[in-house]
Design a protein around this ligand. Structure first.
Ligand SMILES: Nc1ncnc2c1ncn2[C@@H]1O[C@H](COP(=O)(O)OP(=O)(O)OP(=O)(O)O)[C@@H](O)[C@H]1O
Ligand SMILES: [Mg+2]
Length: 474
């Protein structure tokens, strides 16, 4: 057996499949002299096994092999790695067959070194373009994402701008928004884009900690301060020193702690429970709330002076139903995120599923959509998300709506969002136009009476484009 390839990520790796020992070793010598890493296999079967077990950039495979032929290897290989056929029978016929079967190229035997170098150059050029293209795609997706936040809606673009502008400062930020809109994600993004990145980001949910433990949790305590205080303990303010402290559901903080929090913010010092000494702290505070704290302040449940301190800058995260243009991006993002995490193949959401997702209300916002996609990924078979894999509630809502729009002339659909209803109508019309024109976008745009550009934009916005099965313009 010839030893396996050594691990250098910058070296292109080539698998040589040939039953002739002499051909194998001479090719190996030439290729290694040219700077490639190589591995060899003496039969089609062994070759397939090698392709299934390690990553190659290229396969050089003999056409005539005792067991599985080169064409067979080409058809059966489990990865998209490009394959060059080597043939002593270099007729036009074989060349055509090889091209049809998806070979990258072919080369005649006995191998002329110049020919080999030429084919390899061509392959490297192809590889370079492919990598450039991948990098370009990655930078495109970067455009719509900021520190893991995926969005393209105007509302979010403004939020990204705000974060970038305030990132160098220690300004206290208050984030409001419904459950699941991404408040914690945003708090992290603020931290990550500030000079404090690299220092701790500490999150605490003020609603989840019993009132009597809250003070010690935030500010720490001295040994003996109360019955259970068997030793000195740092509070979260100290843990977060130099970094950012995220106070989630800050509206749940009891009034007496609101006073202490205000003092900590004003004086940049805290005192552990049971301690006389003050400790200087350097913490940026970001807080979040689902409640209307202005109301709470008016009704005496929340200190007005603290509120002013906390929302020096306030950012409101709009609910998902008000930013339909983010849904398709999020669907793709969550599918990718969870297919990676679960180690299952990536699946796409086809137009039928996407239409339902775009129309649904998402009361639980991005979190609900995320759960829905994770579940659908696991439950769907094949490479598309199936309708049946969506939760009952999502489907039922849709069925009800579809029924009510077709059965009654006066529309009893109770979703009155102009944005969502328009999106749904547009998707319908676009799909019908594409169907009518057999997928020809230029003609479809004419029928729809919009520009070709506008159609492409909408296809992207609604997640209707992309994918290999995409019909081409003709
Ligand atoms: N714009 C977004 N891009 C990518 N992921 C998102 C986005 N918005 C939310 N998520 C994801 O949705 C989930 C919920 O987000 P997060 O916990 O930040 O919401 P929240 O507003 O803090 O919710 P709650 O009020 O219930 O605490 C997380 O997994 C988060 O990563
Ligand atoms: Mg949260």
């Amino acid at each position: 057996m010839i030893p396996a390839i050594k691990d250098d990520p910058f070296q292109l790796r080539i698998l040589i499949i040939d039953d002739d020992q002499e051909v194998r070793s001479s090719l190996q010598t030439v290729l290694e002299t040219l700077g490639y890493a190589t591995q060899t296999a003496a039969s089609g079967e062994d070759g397939l096994h090698a392709i299934g077990h390690s990553a190659f950039d290229l396969v050089l495979c003999d056409l005539r092999l005792p067991g599985l032929s080169g064409l067979e290897v080409l058809k059966q290989k489990s990865s998209p790695v490009p394959l060059i056929l080597m043939t002593a029978y270099g007729s036009q016929d074989i060349a055509t067959q090889a091209a049809h079967a998806g070979a990258f190229d072919y080369i005649s035997k006995p191998i002329n070194p110049d020919d080999l170098v030429f084919v390899l150059k061509k392959f490297e050029e192809f590889e370079r373009l492919k990598r450039e293209n991948d990098a370009l795609k990655a930078s495109l997706s970067e455009k719509y994402s900021f520190k893991n936040i995926v969005a393209q809606s105007a509302g979010f673009k403004e939020i990204f701008e705000t974060i970038k502008r305030l990132s160098p400062f220690n300004t206290t930020v208050m984030i409001t928004g419904e459950s699941g809109t991404g408040k914690e994600l945003l708090a992290r993004a603020i931290h990550e884009s500030s000079p404090r990145r690299g220092k701790p980001f500490i999150a605490i949910n003020c609603g989840a900690i019993p009132e009597n433990l809250m003070e010690s949790e935030l500010f720490g305590h001295k040994k003996g301060a109360f019955t259970d205080a068997s030793r000195d303990k740092k509070g979260l303010f100290e843990e977060a020193n130099g970094g950012t402290l995220f106070l989630d559901e800050v509206g749940e903080l009891p009034l007496h702690l609101q006073v202490k929090l205000l003092r900590a913010l004003q004086e940049q010092t805290i005192r552990r429970v049971g301690d006389e000494q003050s400790i200087t702290i350097d913490v940026r505070l970001v807080s979040a709330t689902l409640r209307n704290l202005e109301n709470d302040a008016q009704e005496g449940r929340f200190r007005e002076d603290l509120l002013y301190r906390l929302n020096v800058v306030s950012i409101h995260l709009p609910p998902l139903r008000e930013r339909v243009e983010d849904i398709a991006l999020l669907v793709e993002h969550f599918l990718q995120k969870h297919s990676k995490r679960l180690g299952v193949p990536l699946k796409k959401a086809g137009p039928d599923v996407m239409k339902i997702l775009l129309e649904y209300e998402w009361k639980g916002n991005a979190r609900e959509l995320e759960n829905c996609m994770e579940r659908a990924l696991v439950l769907s078979q094949g490479d598309e998300i199936s309708l049946e894999a969506l939760p009952e509630a999502v489907i039922r809502r849709h069925a009800k709506r579809a029924h009510s729009t077709t059965s009654t002339p006066t529309d009893s659909n109770d979703n009155l969002s102009i944005k969502q209803r328009t999106a749904s109508l547009e998707i319908d019309l676009i799909q019908r136009a594409l169907q009518k024109t057999g997928g020809n976008r230029t003609h479809a745009a004419k029928i729809l009476e919009i520009s070709h550009r506008a159609l492409l934009y909408k296809l992207k916005e609604y997640g209707l484009s992309g994918g290999d099965a995409e019909p081409k313009d003709g």
